[in-house]
Ligand binder design. Structure first.
Ligand SMILES: Cc1cc2nc3c(=O)[nH]c(=O)nc-3n(C[C@H](O)[C@H](O)[C@H](O)COP(=O)(O)O)c2cc1C
Length: 136
């Protein structure tokens, strides 16, 4: 199974999750500025909430994906208050005809003194376990 990992981060939280995910699935965690050029069965996409939405860069990244090269997207990320960006990412994935796995990983992410240290070691372990289960 071919797997790729991409992430978008502003303050490093999603990068740390992406590195845990990537290690668990034997891939490299790369920022979304690195296009997906090889065909993959699964694209793990790390992203988080900023002002109640996903960053426009994430939106643009999903829109550039080629459905003949990406089997499905598995969403992961963190946020301070909101639960998950899954629906936002799915709305973009639908536009390019790429399936979203119903399963996702989400945890709290530190923001302005809230949820200090999150994602923490337990979150990173849970993210890795989640990813390993997906590729099993
Ligand atoms: C500019 C900015 C806006 C944010 N807006 C929201 C928000 O609307 N809702 C929310 O739950 N979290 C919000 N957060 C918190 C982030 O989703 C959270 O800190 C996440 O872990 C950030 O991941 P990152 O470090 O990879 O950028 C915001 C964070 C930043 C920096």
């Amino acid at each position: 199974m071919k797997v790729a990992v991409r992430y978008y981060t502003k303050s490093g939280n999603t990068k740390r999750l992406a590195e845990a995910v990537a290690k668990a699935v034997g891939a490299e965690a790369l920022p979304i500025s690195t296009p997906v050029t090889e065909a993959v069965d699964i694209l793990f996409l790390g992203n988080s909430y900023y002002a109640f939405s996903i960053d426009p860069e994430v939106r643009d990244f999903v829109r550039t994906l080629d459905k003949s090269k990406v089997g499905k997207i598995v969403n992961f990320g963190s946020a301070a208050m909101l639960n998950s960006t899954w629906k936002k990412v799915k709305a973009e994935a639908d536009k390019v005809g790429i399936a979203m796995d119903e399963r996702e990983f989400h945890c709290k992410g530190e923001f302005k003194g809230m949820h200090k240290g999150r994602p923490n070691e337990a979150d990173l372990k849970a993210a890795a376990e989640f990813a390993a289960k997906i590729v099993k």
